[in-house]
Design a protein around this ligand. Structure first.
Ligand code: HEC
Ligand code: HEC
Ligand code: HEC
Length: 369
């Protein structure tokens, strides 16, 4: 009897011990299946993100210019319904468009779920690598060579080292709008100017260059340029007066617009897919966006500037930055396509048939920016 009860006790003890082990194995098996499913969704989500969201929210989710970052606790812990609706429907009156197919967008609910998996459970460093591997990084900063003897002369000036680093950066990225010597153009203000130097502190200049100016062609460079590079550009603006006139040769920017029929046709195809809904099939403008097929725009805006506007977008407007999704050759083909309108473009935007008196300013007489 005693031994039986002992056996019974032992058996019970063994079962009692084994059960949780079994249960534990079963949960971990289910956990593992779920984890695999989640990992697969995250991976799909990374690719969807790379193709659709990087241009505004950044490869690493830090946000570009004034567009918000998504790598934060607010997004990671947002309840599922709210996050789903945010992406599906967008945010009315902001650049955050509706992405769900039900709302006129391009993503189905499975894809939205995969995005959410990535946003809430993914690893942003891994997403950044996926974006990079897919060649979908946001606009990269251009670089241009200045003649070595010019740079050597510049380096002899006070602050010469800093100026020698800042000038090539300025020439490649800023001169298209602000002019080769910072003298300003029809579309962007003068930077080589004592008034600007006396009015704006280094901090203010740095903030403008990093964040851009909301609603203007001045995009934010905070994502594309390092803090050191921005500091050098501020230094250039601060010390421009020290550079003897004529020392910097007017740099020859590579010509952009091609008159090759094939390049123009490729640009036209891209335009009809990516731009026509907003700017109109013939560039005549719509209620969504200004006319591009107008002398007032084309004659005042050089090729480099047009390319920069397309690549960087116009902050806080519906004009997105395209640099992340279009290659350099594609951007050039778009510039070529727009430039080909110039000989026949009307002086100012053609009013739309039936367009009333009101509406946005660009449907009245477009003045070019
Ligand atoms: C053209 C720029 C642009 C693109 C492209 C874009 N977004 Fe946004 N997104 C924004 C802006 C601007 C906001 C802030 C809206 C506001 O002010 O509420 C935003 C907000 C969000 C938010 C809410 C963040 C928060 O903290 O509340 C999420 C989530 C989001 N976007 C996800 C996405 C996803 C996913 C994609 C790609 C499918 C995407 N966005 C593409 C511009 C963009
Ligand atoms: C696509 C055209 C464009 C490009 C490219 C561009 N800018 Fe600008 N920038 C503008 C416009 C337009 C303004 C005026 C914004 C406003 O109305 O306040 C401006 C304003 C500025 C200002 C403020 C000037 C003032 O008087 O307050 C600074 C500083 C500046 N830009 C620096 C730069 C630097 C540095 C670069 C290159 C990294 C650059 N910009 C590239 C168009 C551009
Ligand atoms: C979602 C709508 C939308 C799409 C799509 C779009 N744009 Fe724009 N675009 C705008 C808006 C809005 C502006 C005016 C921004 C402002 O207020 O300055 C603009 C401005 C511009 C400008 C500057 C015009 C000027 O007078 O200064 C150019 C150039 C331009 N877009 C080219 C393009 C090209 C090329 C494409 C396609 C690759 C494109 N846009 C796609 C909405 C759009």
């Amino acid at each position: 009897m005693k031994s039986w009860s002992l056996m019974g006790l032992l058996a019970t003890a063994i079962i009692a011990l084994a059960l949780p082990v079994y249960a534990y194995n079963e949960t971990s098996r289910m956990d593992a299946a779920q984890a695999r499913l989640l990992a697969a969704s995250v991976e799909q989500g990374e690719m969807i993100y790379a193709q659709n969201c990087v241009v505004c929210h950044g490869a690493d989710g830090q946000g570009i210019g004034t567009y918000p970052g998504l790598d934060n606790e607010g997004v990671r812990t947002m309840d599922y319904e709210t996050l789903f609706k945010t992406i599906e429907r967008g945010r009315y009156g902001t650049a955050m468009a509706a992405w769900g197919v039900n709302e006129g967008g391009v993503l189905n609910s499975q894809q939205l779920d995969q995005l959410i998996a990535m946003l809430q459970s993914g690893d942003w460093a891994k997403t950044a690598r996926t974006v990079d591997a897919a060649g979908l990084n946001p606009p990269t900063v251009l670089n241009i060579e200045l003649p070595a003897d010019t740079l050597a002369e510049v380096a002899k000036l006070p602050q010469g080292q800093m100026l020698a680093q800042a000038l090539p950066l300025y020439t490649a990225n800023c001169s298209g709008c602000h002019g080769p010597s910072g003298e300003g153009t029809a579309i962007a203000p003068v930077l080589n100017d004592a008034t600007l130097r006396s009015q704006k502190s280094d901090e203010e200049l740095s903030r403008i260059i990093s964040n851009g100016v909301s609603g203007t062609l001045m995009a934010g460079w905070g994502q594309a340029l390092s803090a050191g590079e921005i500091a050098n550009l501020v230094g250039l603006i601060r010390n421009w007066g020290e550079i003897p006139p004529g020392l910097i040769p007017t740099p020859e920017l590579p010509p952009l617009a091609s008159s090759d029929a094939e390049v123009i046709a490729a640009g036209g195809k891209l335009y009809s897919v990516a731009c026509a809904t907003c700017h109109g099939p013939a560039g005549q403008g719509t209620r969504m966006a200004p006319a591009l097929n107008a002398q007032s725009f084309l004659s005042q805006t050089n090729d480099q500037a047009i390319k920069m506007i397309i690549a960087q977008g116009v902050p806080d407007t519906r004009m997105p930055a395209w640099g992340g999704r279009l290659t350099d050759a594609e951007l050039n083909s778009l510039v070529s396509f727009l430039r080909a309108w110039e000989p026949t473009a009307p002086a100012v935007a053609q009013p739309l048939p039936g367009g009333g008196q009101g509406g946005p300013p660009w449907l009245r007489n477009n003045t070019g920016n």
